[in-house]
Design a protein around this ligand. Sequence first.
Ligand SMILES: Nc1ncnc2c1ncn2[C@@H]1O[C@H](COP(=O)(O)OP(=O)(O)OP(=O)(O)O)[C@@H](O)[C@H]1O
Ligand SMILES: [Mg+2]
Length: 350
Amino acid sequence: MSPLPSPDHNAIMSQFAALVDDGFLLLDRQFNIVMANIMATRYLGENLIGMAIDDVLVSPQLDHDLDVITEHRQSTEMVASSAKDDRRRFRVRLRAIDEHLIGVLVMDMTLQHNLEKVRRDFVANVSHELRSPLTSLIGFIETMQSPMPIDDATRARFLSIMDEEARRMSRLINDLLSLSRVETEEHISPTQTIAVDKLVRSAMMALSNRAQKVNRTIFFRDKTGRGKNNDDDIMILGVHDEMMEVFHNLLDNAIKYGFNNTDITVEMTAPDAHHIAFTVINQGEGIEEKHLPRLTERFYRADKSRSRQMGGTGLGLAIVKHIVNRHRGTIEITSEIGGQTRFTITLPLA
Ligand SMILES: Nc1ncnc2c1ncn2[C@@H]1O[C@H](COP(=O)(O)OP(=O)(O)OP(=O)(O)O)[C@@H](O)[C@H]1O
Ligand SMILES: [Mg+2]
């Protein structure tokens, strides 16, 4: 039997590291990187060779653990973030391989970390949103139960506030259920064809009474450039009730956040041969630019007190976004302070 060729440890290590789905680094005893696999460069940046580990990974535990490994040859584990991008989170395992080298395994847990945070924020938000109407309800119930006599007018006023608070909680629960439904169905493409121009007009009809109460009219403007007498329906693949909810929410916002005595317009345009777009336009105080990218997040409000006072839950646009995603559409928001606010929904034609 021929003897085995003497192993080149570094070559073997590199070959092996290329197979690993996680980041893998080798450090010398000065804690400088002497080898990095592809995943490590993807996680931590290019040109890692020669860099000190603490210029690449950030963790309060790092220095301590490196000492432990040097002295005791144990393996240690910690949570660290990337020095280049502190949104990336890793689980990092360190182990002395021999007296010259330390192996570092870098496992990405950014997604889990973010999901955890989303879940925690969500629970905190829901609790907070439910607590304020509940506290108010309990307060009024206690007052009404107290032996102090209450006149009829006061009783009526209390009941009306309690009614409003209970309805707000009920709206919140309905919106949460709606959101959870559209989130689970987001990946399922609709298969029904619906006449979206008709649908938008009936959403306008449904809200016209509310608009009239604040002396506002909702107008429809067809700017597709198709002939005036062309009354063919515009068809998309869609879920009727969900699309109704989209335009209901956008028009509801236009009424709530626009100035009284100004008109609301829904413009229909054809950006290209395969898409149709609807823009809901209102005049109002507008939305500061810094808020625009976050408006479709759950519970995000540009003007918190205003939205609460209007009975809003801050879930309307989050629902809109998920429904539009499901329909493979896009949403674009522009706003001028004290001028026009425009929400444009673009949808692929059937
Ligand atoms: N047309 C608009 N003009 C000005 N601000 C708007 C407009 N539409 C939405 N916003 C802002 O965006 C925020 C989020 O809107 P969203 O519809 O998600 O929640 P909401 O209206 O507060 O509550 P809900 O729709 O659940 O009743 C609002 O609180 C408001 O600050
Ligand atoms: Mg709303």
